[in-house]
Design a protein around this ligand. Sequence first.
Ligand code: FES
Length: 213
Amino acid sequence: MEYSDKVMDHFMNPRNVGVIEDADGVGRTGNPVCGDLMEMSVKIDEDVISDIKFRTFGCGAAIATSSMATELIKGKAIDEALEITNRAIAEALDGLPPIKMHCSVLAAEALRASLADYYRRQGKLEMAADLLKEDVVEPAESEEAQEPLQWDDFARMVRALNSAYPDLEPLDLTMTKVFKLILQLPGFDDDPDAVGEDHLEKLQMAWHEVRSA
Ligand code: FES
């Protein structure tokens, strides 16, 4: 797999690693499918993120994207920081192999969790809840999504995802989200635990390719 020089630099020398001891907010997120964990701690001064640190048990792409994310976020107002997309992070790294794009979503999720913790500590519970709200996407009516689907039905599962979720861009989703979307397909009929990270990554990529065709 080809990584840019910038990805390699941020992987080998990650910036802003660690924990802020007197943080104003700490957030964690995880990817139960690949087992990766991400934690971010933030220091806030008058709505500006004056300091941010992360630590992760993540893959190389997760380390590099989080490192770059902290560089882009530090010094930004909260609202501005929340607008930084995983694509912007990948672009700042001169690109990421598409199959690793899902790793870049973890940093954004951990940032939201840390800001939600900050608002919670401030007693702003509604703002905290807003940040943690998960967009629930129901599958659209589609014949392909109704057919019985097992993990081995690779091509059919990709077609089912593509027709059931026409508004989603697969590469902007965490692996956990892809996993949940598959379990939601009306025809899904297999053991949810009988799938590994590799298989989900391949499904996500194939879905992206069908979507972009
Ligand atoms: S974050 Fe799990 S494979 Fe990259």
